[in-house]
Design a protein around this ligand. Structure first.
Ligand code: ASP
Length: 298
């Protein structure tokens, strides 16, 4: 079947030209793997690593900082055979998605979090890495100045406003290979200025991602709302009777009803693609039958 779709987060219009370039590079690299007979897992992972390494997304290098100025990242992978792996609140690694894959392939667990995830990464030979960049520190300092300037309180009741303007450039991928097998991945540092230990939807199966024999979906956006709606599972279930695009549209309608700012990408069992969002933008691209389609979704 060989189809792959990639998103660079729903929510912000920041750096769109740069993010477009990376999204296209990621989708093309993933597609190349599919075309050469590689698996959906390898294609989705390759695309996700490119996005994590680019510094333009809230995933891997350049990730947003939490309220204490630390980067805590979440990443996940799932296949149509319900194999799953995720890491949550992991610090000091370069590619959280690779550790999520190691969890899936090497442990009896599905999600490892915090220090336990870091210990596991070390055991698996992953080197320590600081994903902060000058830019991510500058954004953190700017937001903290706003908070300290009286625009919020100690417990950040205005955080939803910041989500609206600054966050959500997480990354996600859905791929289907020539054997009709699906893989879906997610990677993020979560909502900027989040409280330490907070988990969003990204590593939560059924919420931030889901795959089975019917289709696969990756979600991005306001994690709390996506978890409340179990949005990815809702969208996959809709694919029993609808194509991927219709399913995404119905799921997003539901999200809108609950004021959840989010985006979805999907592929169904016929290889049809679905995408859309309820936020400001969602740079995304897919390749099907060798043809690339890109949208900023502004
Ligand atoms: N969904 C992610 C979270 O809430 C953020 C995002 O998609 O940008 O952690």
């Amino acid at each position: 079947m060989n189809v792959i779709i990639v998103h660079g987060g729903a929510g912000t219009k920041r750096d769109l030209p740069e993010r477009k370039k990376v999204v296209i590079k990621a989708v093309e690299s993933g597609y190349k793997i599919l075309k050469e007979g590689g698996s959906a897992i390898d294609a989705a992972i390759r695309a996700t690593v490119i996005l994590e390494d680019s510094q333009y997304f809230n995933a891997g290098t350049g990730s947003g900082l939490n309220i204490e100025g630390e980067v805590e990242m979440d990443a996940s992978i799932m296949t149509n055979s319900l194999e799953c792996g995720a890491v949550a609140c992991i610090k000091n690694v370069k590619n959280p998605i690779l550790i999520a894959k190691l969890v899936m392939e090497n442990t009896d667990h599905i999600i490892l979090s915090g220090k336990g995830a870091q210990r596991f990464a070390k055991i698996m030979g992953i080197r320590k890495y600081d994903p902060k960049t000058k830019k991510s520190k500058a954004l953190y300092n700017k937001l903290m100045r706003r908070i300290k300037g009286g625009k919020g309180t100690r417990y950040f009741p205005r955080l939803p406003d910041f989500i609206k303007y600054y966050n959500t450039d997480t990354v996600g991928t859905v791929a289907v290979d020539r054997e009709g097998k699906f893989a879906v991945t997610n990677s993020t540092a979560g909502v900027i200025l989040k409280l330490p230990g907070r988990l969003g939807d990204t590593p939560i199966f059924g919420a931030g991602l889901y795959a089975n024999e019917i289709g696969a979906v990756s979600a991005t956006g306001h994690g709390e709302g996506i978890i409340q709606l179990c949005l990815s599972k809702v969208a996959v279930d809709l694919m029993k009777e609808n194509n991927a695009q219709k399913s995404v549209s119905i799921a997003l309608k539901k999200a809108k009803k609950y004021n959840v700012r989010c985006g979805l990408i999907a592929i169904d069992r016929k290889g049809k693609v679905g995408w859309g969002h309820t936020a400001d933008a969602m740079p995304s691209a897919y390749i099907k039958n060798g043809k690339l389609t890109y949208k900023d979704w502004v």
